[in-house]
Write a protein that binds this ligand. Sequence first.
Ligand SMILES: [Zn+2]
Length: 190
Amino acid sequence: MAGRLEIVCGPVGSGKSQELERRLFALQQARMPFLLFRPDFLHSKMQDAIKTGTDKRAVEFMMHVAGKFPEAEAISVDGANFYSLDILHAVETWMKKKRVICAGLDTDFAGKPFETMAMLLAIADDIHKLSAICTVCKKTATRSQIVEIDTKLPQDIAEQSAFYEPRCLECHQIPQDYMPKSNLRWMMER
Ligand SMILES: [Zn+2]
């Protein structure tokens, strides 16, 4: 099989990990071996992931592990936005021969594109942008709102929704210190 890069992205609460899990489940059903990498701090119900850091050394480790399992038909990365740009080299290597599936946030709480994700999106063969439902107005949510944890909620729900919630562009509020004039500013600041 020729390699390819698939991206699943969207805001918090859009089901990125679930979509990744669905694709991995299909591979499992077909008895096609795969690898799943995930930053160690990422809250996810997906089991059996190889937990890593997110820096250059972590990416070197991932390449090392992938090299040890040449039989893997697919290599997947959850929370891809959290990895350093070093992951681009790994993905570009893997996608020549394998199916690579990366899931992650496209923008941060200030609406700024995650650079790693922006680069991965540019070289992807297939992009699946997911949306969620705005917690304020119930319209389509494409942004991640930073919020305080609500201690009145049951703990499991509070943990799952801790600190972030999906918002539409209109209801998305950026903390004052992070307010950009437009996305152009992010590019100018580089
Ligand atoms: Zn809204």
